[in-house]
Ligand binder design. Sequence first.
Ligand SMILES: [Zn+2]
Length: 502
Amino acid sequence: MTSEDDFTETIYSLSKKRGFFWGPSPEIYGGSAGFYDLGPLGKLLKNRLEATIRSAFVKADFWEVECPTVSPRIVWEASGHIEGFIDPITECTKCGQTYRADNLIEEFMPEEKAAGLTIDELTKKIQELELVCPSCKGELGPVQEYNLMLKTELGLDQEAYMRPETATSTYLLFKRLLTFFRQKLPGSVFQIGKAYRNEISPRQGMLRLREFTQVEGQIFLVESDAKEWPGFELVKDEELPLLPSDVQEQDIDDVMWTSVGDALKKEYFHTQAYAWCVHLAYLIFSGMGFPKDSIRLRQHLDNEKAHYAIDAWDVEIHTRSFGWIECCGVHDRGDYDLKRHQEYSGENLSVKVNKKPVVPNVLEIAFGVERPLYALLDNAYAEDEERVWLRFAPEVAPIQVAVFPLMGKDELMEPALEIYEEINESGLIVYFDKGGSIGRRYRRQDEVGTPFCVTIDYDTLEDTTVTIRERDSMEQIRVKRENLVKSLRNLVRGTVEFESLQ
Ligand SMILES: [Zn+2]
């Protein structure tokens, strides 16, 4: 059994060796914390994840949009980010190192609760506890507010910021979207794109990035929609692994499998629409192929809620590297956002309900792609005396099928390349490898999580059959060449069991 740090190291070194991710980037110049490059396999994996996310949103009637990543200052004043998107920091008066004040306090005095304290209270706390700079023992300066947005300039002098989330840029489109929805709500949109957070000293590798890809789904709706949500009936009997706040207060961390309908009755969720949203978030993460007991839904405690949040639950994923990590937030943001943008822009962002103007509410599903990507690598890792392999669900595996001619000789190369082309045409992600012994080629594919390998040998020339080898069981079966592509597609989709192909 390896310790947590060792296991993180295991995942990082496999990722580096096999081209999942590299960094901190730019590596040849020493690297900046909070930036990573995705290598070829990491990019393929991310594409697969984004494809499952996109398809889940589209099935749930969301429309995709794409907005600029830079906006002028006024936008971030309206959104509340200039004022509220801040971390408390303290700077060492001797060596100049900066630290997150709340983290520093909790690190040295784990029993102290620093989250939620004001700037002055944090300064006092540091003095009371006589905390000094961890690296040089120097005196720590007064706690200051540090804004997490990356500042830039448009033209010569217009102050602007890189977006710290995609949601705000979506809200700015509300009038246009309303026309697109033919003046009818509810309407749902989502965005997948880059966001930036200038973390003061990001330390958790791929989990805390200064530049990352964010996914945010937004539903614009009015109160009557929230209470009677069209899709609710379809999901009300589905069970969710819930960890409500009252249970957490009793120090219990076993999930309670509860149906969506019962959770609403127990007031874990306040409206049908919000309950439906939490279920959708759960579906999205299940669709990435996490094992059932590695996903849970945790309700925010009162002191964790953001200023705008009425209802707030997180999707958490269990990792060997870090234990349970927050991967996605589902929030009922009320009418906060549109009201603020109405006020700051002077545009009317209301709809008519019973002939009266009403500013719509927003429900939101928000997460970064890199966290589940890391968590997926972490959850997929397996090893025994013989080999290391990644147990990705075939649907998200970066490479879905590898094709090997037994020998790199002409008579086998020709049918092997033909088969490779056929699989490629079918839309599966396929890789051709003719180098080294068959055993070595299997090991290489195991290590990057390829679920199926197809081998073309001398029997193929005789009886037109090929071998499919399954990654987890290492079992091999022969199938007729004419059935190969169909079988592979069914295997990847999970609509047929490997053994049944025999
Ligand atoms: Zn210092």
